[in-house]
Ligand binder design. Structure first.
Ligand code: CP
Ligand code: NVA
Length: 321
């Protein structure tokens, strides 16, 4: 794996081989954490490393995964919320990046513009990790893939169906990741919420190389044969004022028992990045049902985010090869 010293801004930044290696490292770290917890010891892979978490938007899973992942391996974390620093208000992103780059070994950023995380990477001189922007959510996809591998033993040829808002950060990252990993991905969404052509074309290009495929449709019956049904909130952070319009538009795309039956498979699993709005994109009985693996995916945020930090700024040579 050749990720040491590099940023993780979108899934375009890693090759399929590196993605597989990151998932293997995540599985190792997951296993080792169980032993560390039992023995009451910490790892040392991030010993002496300081990381900054700049969060313009709220977060439970991602913030905690960066914090616990870093502390588990002996590092230090500084949380910088929207009202804690000058970023973009009294100070430019470029200047903030240069200052933090002199003090920290790595920076996680969650916010609105993809351009901000790219500027942070360009000007800080240290690895920057995208903890979610309006356009992409790459660390979520690693947790998603680790969970699929745990359930099915593979990623290649998995039939994954994403139902709902087909043009949000999750749909975009999932398309790129699926394209790279040989997954057959279908997005089912109303035409007005289809993804940007540019991202579809890029994902299709990856799919051609991996043997996967990307299909976009508004036909709900395309869930047939799905190994995985995925959905996400109908209004992403920052889109709260669109709630009424989205509920009207997306109600036929709700993941409920009836939709799960349409897969015609009893092995289909249900996934969601969380937080979920129960009663909107998914019903209570599905998210609480036997096919739901949402909390396995949530736990895997920790192990996969830890793997990203360890691979890009970690102390251990063997984690990087
Ligand atoms: N899935 C996810 O990113 O959750 P948070 O918004 O709680 O970090
Ligand atoms: N699409 C959602 C993902 C949350 C993890 C959002 O951006 O709010």
């Amino acid at each position: 794996m050749n990720l040491y010293g590099k940023s993780f801004l979108t899934l375009k930044d890693v090759t399929p081989k590196e993605m597989h290696e990151l998932l293997e490292l995540s599985a190792t770290l997951k296993h080792e954490r169980k032993i560390q917890k039992k023995e009451g010891v910490f790892g040392e892979r991030l010993k002496g490393k300081q990381i900054a978490l700049i969060f313009e938007k709220s977060s439970t899973r991602t913030r905690c995964a960066f914090t616990i992942g870093c502390v588990d391996e002996g590092g230090y974390v500084e949380y910088l919320g929207l009202n804690d620093i000058q970023l973009g208000k009294k100070e430019t992103v470029e200047d903030t990046a240069r200052v933090l780059g002199r003090m920290f070994d790595g920076i996680a950023f969650r916010g609105f513009e993809q351009e901000t995380v790219e500027k942070l990477a360009k000007y800080s001189g240290v690895p920057v990790w995208n903890a979610l922007t309006d356009t992409y959510h790459p660390t979520q996809i690693l947790a998603y893939f680790l969970t699929i591998k745990e359930k099915f033993g593979k990623l290649e040829n998995i039939k994954l169906v994403y139902v709902g808002d087909g043009r949000n950060n999750m749909a975009n990252s999932l398309m790129i990741g699926s394209g790279k990993m040989g997954i057959h991905m279908t997005i089912i969404a109303p035409k007005t919420l289809w993804p940007e052509k540019k991202i579809v074309e890029c994902s299709n290009q990856y799919a051609k190389e991996s043997g996967g495929s990307i299909t976009i449709t508004d036909n709900i019956h395309a869930v047939e044969g799905a190994d995985v049904i995925y959905t996400d909130v109908w209004c992403s952070m920052g889109e709260e004022e669109k709630a009424k319009e989205r509920i009207e538009l997306l109600s036929p795309y709700q993941v409920n028992k009836e939709l799960m039956k349409k897969t015609k498979k009893d092995t289909t699993i249900f996934m969601h990045c969380l937080p979920a709005v129960r009663g909107n994109e998914v019903t209570d009985d599905v998210i609480e049902g036997e096919q739901s693996v949402v909390f396995d995916e949530a736990e895997n945020r920790l192990h996969t985010i830890k793997a990203v930090m360890v691979a890009t700024i970690g102390n251990k040579e063997t984690d990087r090869s």
